[in-house]
Design a protein around this ligand. Structure first.
Ligand code: UDP
Ligand code: MG
Length: 313
């Protein structure tokens, strides 16, 4: 029995040795085989040479190095494609996903046969700006409302899965990969372990408020078509409103004559409708952009270097 450990790394030269040491301790406690798959996602620091050295020490610590930064989602996909174990876990290298939780996760999978996956969920968001936590909560409320898949608030990518679930995830070969949605979409029985937020051991996060905002838009566009209905419902409403107004104006003119006034209200209506049209065209554009990228059928990532040659790995 082998557990494949998929670890995306972007500028993580300091964290990798700390992560590896922790994981080896956990492996000894568990008494299982670990196969590491580190993905160097176009780092500009010494991540790659750290990974090369690690591979010399432990041949089971494989690495894949991308030709540039393709993003964490692409790195996860590459890692899952190369994972050989009958259990697979995906983890951040900054130790924000506590390795010792793996022990409990594996225990649960062993105890309950029907369970396919044990995930993790942060119940606190300590160390995070309150405004960010607020928007994160709003995002989960919204996406669960407008999308068919159920995304658990605070759920991390950190999870231990059985092989069938991994194979199902690999079946989804789409270019626009939103992992939180993909994990939820494939279904399977998942239980969540709860834990308190841990701060990163070294290096710094690659997320800022703007990138998180864009990420949440990605999530919505990739897993819901509700925004497309905004134009339809809005159009219907304003058509209905216009109809009432026409009746109102005709009646008023017949009864009171035609006092020429109402320029401000006219402008308000024009601006409102103009803005609304631009917004809905923008929404259409978002989806067309996604279709555009999907139809190109570009690979999700490009590999420049691997630790083992094609046949072995
Ligand atoms: N990561 C990656 N590619 C990127 C950005 C991040 O592979 O473009 C990796 C990073 O090295 C880390 C994990 O994804 O192992 C999570 O990143 P980070 O800690 O910056 O995110 P946060 O924990 O703040 O959500
Ligand atoms: Mg982190």
């Amino acid at each position: 029995m082998t557990i494949s450990v998929v670890v995306p790394c972007f500028n993580e030269e300091e964290s990798i040795p700390l992560f590896y040491a922790e994981m080896e301790r956990v492996r000894e406690v568990m008494g299982t085989e670990f196969e590491y798959i580190f993905i160097n996602d176009g780092s500009s620091d010494n991540t790659l040479s750290v990974l090369r050295d690690l591979n010399l020490v432990n041949p089971k610590a494989h690495y894949i190095s991308f030709s540039r930064n393709f993003g964490k989602e692409a790195a996860l996909y590459a890692g899952l494609q190369h994972a050989k174990g009958n259990y697979v876990t995906v983890m951040d290298v900054d130790l924000q996903d506590p390795p010792e939780l793996l022990i409990e996760m594996k225990k649960r999978l062993d105890e309950v046969v029907e369970l396919d996956c044990v995930g993790t969920r942060r119940v606190t968001r300590e160390g995070e700006p309150p405004i960010r936590s607020f928007f994160a909560r709003m995002f989960y409320k919204l996406i669960n409302h407008i999308s068919q898949v159920e995304m658990v608030d605070g759920a991390r990518d950190f999870r231990l899965m059985r092989r069938p679930m991994v194979d199902a995830i690999l079946e989804l070969s789409e270019y626009n990969r939103f992992s939180k949605g993909i994990f939820a979409w494939v279904g399977f029985e998942t239980q969540y372990l709860e834990y308190k937020n841990v701060e990163r051991v070294a290096g710094k996060t690659s997320w800022n408020f703007w990138s998180l905002f864009k990420y949440s838009i990605e999530g919505i566009v990739n897993f819901s078509d509700a925004p497309l209905n905004i134009a339809f419902v809005g159009g219907l409403l304003s058509w209905f409103l216009a109809f009432i107004m026409v009746v109102f104006i005709v009646v008023r003119t017949l009864v009171f004559g035609d006092p020429t006034s109402g320029w401000p209200s006219l402008m308000t209506v024009i601006l409102f409708l103009g803005g609304f049209q631009l917004l809905t065209i923008g929404i259409l554009g978002k989806y067309i952009g996604k279709i555009f990228m999907e139809t190109k059928k570009r690979p999700v990532y490009v590999i420049k270097e691997k630790s083992d040659n094609e046949k072995l790995f």
